[in-house]
Design a protein around this ligand. Sequence first.
Ligand SMILES: [Zn+2]
Length: 235
Amino acid sequence: MVVSAVELLKKEIPVEEESVCIADDVITGLVLVDIINGFCTVGAGNLAPREPNNQMMEMIDESVKLSRLFCEKKWPILAFLDTHQPGKLEHPYPSHCLAGSHESDLVPALQWLEKESNVTIRRKDCYDGYIGSIEADGSNVFADWLLVAGVCTDICVLDFVCSTLSARNRGFLPPLKDVVVYSRGCATFDFPASAARETKDGLTHPQEIMQHMGLYMAKGRGAKIAKDVSFGALK
Ligand SMILES: [Zn+2]
């Protein structure tokens, strides 16, 4: 039997996922990381999927479902939109998601969020949405409890989770308690070794392995990894 690298990795460094129930009486914030055309819509740009991708499609479906639930409850949603000024590259990636382009807009399935009163749209020009959310006066405000979904699990989602947890641990973000990463609401891109070899500065990025590593690293920083999310009274 041939054991794939992903199976081996999951055996060596398993990530235990849990069912998370969000209490109805604690306001929870949903953070959607970079669910934009440039990363998620087939053919939309240098970093967009080249063909339909199951992990990406599931991530979008789950994010839409969560967003609808949060909007019904009028709970806060923060959507990060990766947006760069022309000529300012983000090494080691090619030019992507330029300001004013279709690439830096929410995917069609989430565009309705722009009209919702509980939604804050935040454009950021760096990987880490926590850093991207710091105002000129140094303030940076989040909800009591955070649920994170989006792309890429091992890049912008992970950076945001790590910074938020470090800031929480230092007491910068009261009353924030838990940071939950919803695994099926997250996705990353696929750039196999064969393609990377043909690209200058190409960094190999096998999707299933990097998805697993992203969740593993987030858990290692203290995030809860949710395999499913429900709402209800706290037991
Ligand atoms: Zn970027």
